[in-house]
Design a protein. Structure first.
Length: 483
């Protein structure tokens, strides 16, 4: 999609329609044509290009460049063309360079010379920048809805496991007992930040480039701000050069999708661990697992593994966009044709991956007894012993040493903390009276961590309720903005 703001020339039925070339003595070489074509990936922008074309037709009418009858014909033809596009009855041909060329061909086929009037006052430079913003804003809402489905699946599982205990980990080593719902909700919070980023991105992207022309605006009496509002933007871009060359919104969208991929990868990694025989915490539903071509006993967590693998693809797409933009001079350059495929691929990847992850999470079954039995092991209650001493007035430095002494004794005797005798405890320190056993239980450890954001069941229930409200709000935003 290169600079082609006002090319003219007669339209010949026997020649491919080009939006440029009036000053050229010959057409492009086959090699240039093959390199330039983008219709194979930018055709998905057709509905958004037609949307901006309707708004542009109205602004041309307000400028006195289309009369009432011409506007009515133009809008009717654009509506008919969109209907045919959506029905698959109008398709690009091998000679269409890009989505703009194909749709202008369709308009000219329907309106003849009148169809060529729509090109006045706009360039493919501001046209593609507008189309891409419209498209990505719609996709941000779709991704928000799909993320809400993943969050809903996690919330449903968490609701069942507020009172269920599980080991919490640091360095992938057992650390402290936690509510398993607390473990699940950490992923909900990560996806909530992803949605927040998309909504924040949308506010910065809600500015229309249409009317910027090739780079300097137009001598025609157009009204970019009114056009912007008709298209659902908050306003028009304030600088016409920036309007056609800015792709921050593409890079930022790429970052948002890459981070969604990272969060899905981390969730996938946990599912891989949970469903392994070594952990044995969870079982995959047959509909969301695969088998082995040679080992009949296998139930493989392919969705979780693909979530990990596809994060690399999403990160790579972001790097591609940033590399294209690095050092690019203003205003439009043909390099910007390369901004679309990476972000299109990220959207396609997530729209397939997110429903699979939702289904996998919703249908997991958990072995609560196994998790609960593992929760206090590995001396996971050592911190509780130290904090019990602190409540008795012992400085934490000393309390830490004494609790560590208990751990060392356990390691020497092959015991867990709660298996130490009263004599063993007293041998470590006279401060460790039998009353310390009140914290040597998983239930006590969970209930005691009742600070805001903690793993106490009452706090986890608060998280659940707040998360439900956030997901409902995000879903409402996505649905409302999609209308």
């Amino acid at each position: 999609m290169n600079d082609a703001s006002s090319a003219g020339g007669d339209v010949h039925a026997d020649a491919p329609l080009r939006l440029w070339g009036g000053a050229f003595g010959s057409g492009p070489s086959e090699a240039l044509q093959a390199l330039s074509v983008s219709i194979h990936f930018d055709w998905r922008l057709a509905p958004y290009d037609l949307q901006s074309s309707r708004a542009h037709a109205r602004v041309l009418h307000r400028a006195g460049l289309l009369d009432e009858g011409e506007l009515a014909q133009m809008l009717a033809a654009l509506d008919a063309l969109q209907k045919d596009v959506l029905a698959g009855q109008f398709l690009p041909t091998a000679t269409d360079e890009d989505v703009h060329t194909a749709l202008e061909r369709g308009l000219v086929e329907r309106l003849g010379v009148l169809g060529g009037k729509l090109r006045a006052g706009r360039s493919r430079n501001d046209q593609i920048a507008t189309d891409l913003r419209l498209y990505l804003r719609a996709q941000a809402r779709l991704l928000t809805e799909l993320l809400a489905d993943v969050q809903a699946a996690l919330l449903e599982q968490a609701e069942r496991h507020v009172e269920s205990a599980a080991p919490g980990f640091t360095h992938l080593q057992r650390a402290q007992p936690v509510s398993f719902a607390h473990e699940l909700l950490k992923h909900v919070h990560a996806f909530t930040r992803d949605v927040s980023r998309l909504r924040d991105w949308d506010r910065r992207t809600a500015f229309s480039p249409l009317g910027a022309g090739a780079l300097a605006g137009s001598t025609l009496p157009l009204d970019p701000q009114t056009t912007a509002r008709e298209l659902g933007f908050d306003d028009a871009c304030a600088n016409s050069i920036d309007a056609v060359s800015d792709r921050d919104f593409v890079a930022e969208f790429g970052f948002a999708t890459a981070l969604i991929g990272v969060h899905l990868s981390r969730l996938g990694e946990e599912v891989v661990l949970w469903t392994s025989k070594e952990f044995g915490w969870a079982t995959l539903n047959d509909a969301y697992a695969t088998g082995s071509s040679i080992m009949p006993q296998k139930r493989n967590p392919d969705i979780a593994e693909l979530a990990r693998g596809k994060s690399g693809r999403l990160i790579g797409n972001l790097v591609t966009v940033l590399t294209v933009l690095k050092g690019l001079p203003f205003a439009y350059n043909r390099d910007l044709q390369e901004d679309k495929e990476p972000v299109f691929d990220s959207i396609d990847t997530l729209t397939v991956l997110l429903p699979a992850v939702s289904g996998m999470i919703a249908t997991l079954t958990f072995d609560i007894e196994r998790m609960a039995a593992a929760a206090p092991t590995g001396h996971a209650l050592a911190t509780d012993v130290a904090e019990w001493l602190v409540r008795k007035g012992v400085p934490f430095r000393e309390a830490h040493e004494l609790s560590g002494g208990c751990v060392r004794l356990c390691d020497e005797q092959g015991l867990e903390l709660w298996e130490l005798s009263d004599a063993d405890l007293e041998g470590v320190s006279a401060l460790l009276t039998p009353d310390v056993r009140e914290v040597l239980s998983v239930r006590g450890a969970l209930d005691a961590r009742s600070s805001f954001g903690g793993t106490a069941p009452e706090r986890v229930q608060e998280q659940l309720e707040a998360a439900r409200d956030e997901v409902a709000d995000s879903t409402a935003w996505a649905v409302l903005q999609s209308r």
